[in-house]
Design a protein. Structure first.
Length: 197
């Protein structure tokens, strides 16, 4: 799931928190085999301080629901396809997979909140068509490769962490796990002679 839905779900988290590369990743899995992904997993990413933001922990739940926040109203349901919860010092925000239907928790705070005017560019229809328009107009797409490459790397690191027994320390500059050398076999593929890229 992380390789498929991760880029969609973690996009808003990555963008809003200016995550960059994680310093470490750790996973707990149930039902993982060499042939299939796990039935469920919890992946914890730890990020160092960035710009003026403090260190932050991001937790991914797959195949099971995350703990229900105390601020979540009893009659409020999780988004059907999943989503994200931001826990802040003054409250929490919950949104769907594509950052849709954002709500302050509890809902009483959401109803009191006055939204600011929209200032960020919006994708008119789909991310595929946004990409096509960017090419035709000679401009970067909203999710350019400069942005989406590291976001994809983040998701794939979650999958690497699922395959090893213990936390991994990540050196983004050298694309290398530094504390468990055996984990690097999931980072780079050793191609057969004659099949190298």
């Amino acid at each position: 799931m992380m390789g498929d839905r991760g880029a969609h779900t973690l996009d808003v988290v990555n963008w809003a928190l200016k995550l960059g590369a994680p310093a470490s990743i750790e996973a707990t899995c149930c039902g993982l085999t060499p042939e299939v992904h796990p039935l469920s997993s919890i992946v914890t990413f730890r990020f160092p301080a960035r710009e003026k933001l403090p260190p932050v922990k991001v937790t991914w739940y797959e195949g099971l629901r995350p703990p229900r926040p105390g601020e979540m109203d009893a009659d409020l349901n999780w988004p059907a396809e999943g989503g994200a919860i931001f826990k802040g010092s003054k409250g929490q925000i919950m949104c769907g997979v594509y950052a849709e239907s954002a709500k302050l928790l509890p809902l009483s705070r959401h109803l009191e909140y006055k939204r600011p005017p929209k200032t960020l560019p919006r994708v008119e229809d789909s991310h595929e068509m946004e990409w096509v328009r960017a090419i035709k107009e000679g401009r970067p797409a909203n999710a350019s490769f400069e942005y989406s490459g590291p976001l994809t790397e983040l998701c794939l690191l979650g999958n690497v962490a699922k395959r090893v027994d213990g936390p991994i320390a990540w050196d983004a500059a050298n694309l290398k796990v530094t504390n468990l050398p055996e984990a690097n076999r999931y980072v780079r593929t050793e191609y057969r002679v004659g099949w190298e890229l």
